[in-house]
Design a protein around this ligand. Structure first.
Ligand code: AMP
Ligand code: GLY
Length: 421
């Protein structure tokens, strides 16, 4: 089979590695991939948002199956375009990807179907939003409606901060068109859990839970990032919480999307907060998380390609999806200065004995050598029987990798270890 994976980060690298385990995968193209992915797939210089270019490539190369991994092509209708050419895909169509593409849509969906989430109001008029903030409780959370590279969420401690956020989104268009509509919602507290799931629109199978570490600095200080590391499973996600989530959140969401004529097939990602009132949805994503995928897929024992095809064909109910009982930890190696500004082009040295643990996110090939090309450069994953062993092994492997300005958090997994005791 000829496979094609859209995207070019650490998540896509982890997906490609797992797909390669199936001998039926003769060729895997990555569009655009990156300098590190090039060791595992054939990279093609077509952007993930170039839907026409992707579709033309797929036709010309007789692609048998496509995996669309990032949010923007999904929201732009990449799956719809490929399906129109008869190419089966893993990923939701645009009318279902809206669950991530519009926070106004997802909040209204949850309200309509009674799915637990933070109380909220939506606004498309700045003055109305500002007037509402005169009496809203603080802290409060302001969210731009559309995709904003994970940055469209502001937690305001005071009313003045909240108003400044509204003005920057709605008048100054800090996040472009995403700020035309906004959500102002209740500030929730509690540990966060990420649950990725496979769903074919009827059946939903949760993957092993995980914990992201979003802040740049140790002890969850500093700016929000795309994710500085992950562990799986997440100790806060107990069997009891998992059952509550299945009954009050996961299945109701899949049924709600179907009832709305927006059947969701692909990976549905639940960003949850375990509040004192039970688990609530913080956000939905229409795709695998990054760097959650880098700890979840290494624990998948079943064949990924088989599971993905079952999602596409609507036969997930009859397909085994088995995870190991082990633990995984992924430490992200970034360029110092991320997420603000950082240098690029530094040579990366990865010893051969850890290469298989490395998922490359932001790196390019220059004169045959791997050099840094992004803020998050790579993720290093280890799996083990216990979380402690996985964390230790991930740092041991990560510390063998060198490049100038290399930065990582030193406390990935620390909170999970403390909670697990
Ligand atoms: P999101 O992009 O929606 O995942 O939001 C980014 C981060 O903001 C989340 O991971 C949470 O840590 C935080 N956050 C979002 N919404 C809320 C909320 N209603 N209450 C507290 N924290 C929130
Ligand atoms: N790690 C969070 C995300 O992929 O959205």
């Amino acid at each position: 089979m000829k496979l094609m994976v859209i995207g070019g980060g650490g998540r896509e690298h982890a997906i490609i590695r797992k797909l390669k385990e199936n001998p039926a995968a003769e060729v895997i193209y990555a569009l655009p991939g990156n300098g590190g992915i090039a060791a595992d797939a054939e990279c093609v210089d077509i952007k993930a948002t170039d839907i026409a270019g992707i579709t033309a490539f797929a036709k010309e190369n007789a692609i048998d199956y496509a995996v669309v991994a990032p949010d923007d092509p999904l929201v732009l209708g990449c799956v719809d375009a490929l399906e129109a050419e008869g190419i089966p895909c893993f990923g939701p169509r645009a009318n279902a990807a809206i669950i991530e593409g519009s926070k106004v849509f997802s909040k209204n969906l949850m309200r309509k179907y009674g799915i637990p989430t933070a109380a909220y109001e939506t606004f498309d008029d700045m003055d109305a939003a500002l007037a509402y903030l005169d009496t809203a409780p603080v802290p409060t959370v302001i969210k731009a409606d559309g995709l904003a590279l994970g940055k469209g969420v502001i937690i305001a401690q005071t009313r003045d901060e909240a108003k400044a956020a509204v003005v920057s989104m709605m008048r100054d268009r800090q996040f472009g068109k995403s700020g035309e509509h906004i959500v102002i919602e209740e500030f929730l507290t509690g540990p966060e859990v990420s649950v990725l799931s496979f769903t074919d629109g009827e059946t939903l199978v949760p993957m092993v839970s995980s914990m992201d570490h979003k802040r740049a600095g140790d002890n969850d200080t500093g700016l929000n990032t795309g994710g500085m590391g992950t562990v799986a499973p997440n100790p806060y996600y107990t069997a009891d919480i998992a059952e509550q989530c299945m009954n009050t959140i996961f299945l109701p969401t899949v049924r709600a999307m179907k009832a709305e004529g927006r059947e969701f097939r692909g990976c549905l990602y639940f960003g949850l907060m375990i509040t004192p009132d039970g688990p609530k949805v913080i956000e939905y994503n229409c795709r695998f998380g990054d760097p959650e995928t880098q700890v979840v897929l290494p624990l998948l024992e079943s064949d990924l390609l088989t599971v993905m095809q079952a999602v596409t064909n609507g036969t997930l109910k009859d397909t085994e999806v088995r995870f190991s009982a082990g633990h995984a930890c992924c430490v992200v190696l970034a360029s110092a200065g991320y997420p603000v500004s950082y240098g690029k082009g530094y040579e990366i040295t990865v010893p051969a004995d850890v290469a298989k643990q490395v998922y490359v996110a932001g790196a390019a090939l220059k004169d045959g050598k791997l050099v840094t090309a992004g803020g998050r450069v790579l993720g290093v994953t280890a799996t083990a029987d216990t979380l402690k062993q996985a964390v230790t092994a991930a740092y041991e492997a990560a510390d063998k990798i060198t490049f100038e300005n290399r930065y990582c958090r030193r406390d990935i997994g620390a909170r999970a270890l403390a909670a697990g005791k």
